[in-house]
Ligand binder design. Structure first.
Ligand SMILES: Nc1ncnc2c1ncn2[C@@H]1O[C@H](COP(=O)(O)OP(=O)(O)OP(=O)(O)O)[C@@H](O)[C@H]1O
Length: 320
């Protein structure tokens, strides 16, 4: 993608509403995604992630810029996207009348598989995502999370070389989410599938993402590996101390910590250089401090910390 720009025009609402302004949802986006890469798009609500993937999938025409997918110019030939990639949008009412099995099988057929191969693909993908017990149920009679999982199954059926997934795990329970991340990872390892995905489940996605672009107000404000992005928030580690009841402030080491801690109920969160955190863990894991401690965790910065910092919701980070 090069110089991708999209502005939604201002639409007048009711007469008393304030005058609407046009929204520049993509503002000169340039990104390269390598074959076989799992590429994440992160950013706060309204950052322009869905607008970007809808342009990438040929569903929304950019005002300016170019998109080349596997050698095809998708701005000139948007319909070719449907032959090259599988897209999971945020809503999928088109499949609602079908059963889970038929949604997967039909999609596989539409993607060019013969009847027998499509049935085999259907069975494999339902099994992989733990959907076999729900195979005969229409999507409209499933819970929100189950329906989302069935839509993921349909997106995966038929093996496109590129998957574009907008919030694939939205509304799912932890077991389903894990099944989806494993299925995505398996496509990359076994079939070299390229995946572009939007997600707010950053901590989970971190295990599968090769590179991540952080979007804000239609622009790419950072793009790197998860490790590279984490380096941007510094080397400090996070120490969480959860006290059983009142913290033992009569212990001098604990009293000294209080001013630097973010206190939330029984939890104290401290951000410290690694050496200092090591000394502190030694101090709180014996004697009266340990007796008062319910739980503690020591963690390096997560992709979520990066996301919050870059999204302008956290302090102390320069935008690149
Ligand atoms: N059809 C539309 N008409 C006008 N403005 C729109 C339209 N769709 C999106 N927008 C605006 O464009 C901006 C980007 O929206 P977009 O849906 O791409 O964000 P997003 O990053 O996908 O958000 P979320 O995380 O909430 O899904 C927002 O300011 C949004 O209000």
């Amino acid at each position: 993608m090069r110089g991708l720009t999209k502005t939604y025009p201002a639409r007048r609402g009711r007469r008393r509403d304030p005058a609407p302004r046009p929204v520049r949802a993509s503002d000169g986006i340039a990104l390269d995604v390598a074959p076989g890469e799992i590429f994440g798009l992160l950013g706060p609500n309204g950052a322009g992630k869905t607008t970007l993937v809808r342009q990438l999938t040929g569903l929304l025409r950019p005002d300016a810029g170019s998109i080349t997918l596997l050698g095809h110019d998708l701005v000139r030939h948007p319909r070719r996207a449907a032959r090259l990639l599988a897209y999971l949008g945020q809503e999928s009412t088109a499949l609602d009348e079908l059963t889970v099995a038929l949604a997967a099988e039909t999609t596989a057929r539409l993607r060019g598989l013969g009847p027998q191969a499509a049935r085999a693909e259907r069975d494999a993908v339902l099994e992989e995502l733990g959907l076999t017990p729900l195979a005969a149920r229409p999507l409209k009679r499933l819970s929100g999370g189950q329906r989302r999982l069935a839509c993921v199954a349909a997106a995966l059926a038929g093996r496109r070389p590129v998957l574009v997934l907008d919030e694939p795990t939205a509304g799912m329970d932890p077991v389903a989410r894990r099944a989806v991340w494993s299925a995505i990872d398996r496509r990359r390892t076994r079939e070299g599938t390229t995946v572009v995905l939007v997600t707010h489940n950053v901590t989970e996605a971190e295990t599968v993402l090769d590179r991540v672009a952080v979007l804000d107000s239609g622009r790419v404000i950072a793009c790197d590996t998860p490790g590279g992005l984490k380096g941007m928030v510094g080397s400090d580690v996070r120490l969480d101390l959860v006290w059983r009841e009142d913290p033992p402030v009569h212990v001098p080491e604990i009293a000294a910590l209080r001013s630097g801690a973010t206190v939330s109920g029984r939890r104290w969160t401290l951000r410290l250089p690694p050496e200092r955190a090591r000394d502190l863990v030694a101090a709180v894991t014996h004697g009266p401090a340990f007796a008062a401690l319910d739980d503690f965790t020591l963690a390096t910065p997560s992709l979520e910390d990066v996301y919050l910092a870059l999204g302008g919701r956290g302090p102390g980070l320069e935008r690149s």
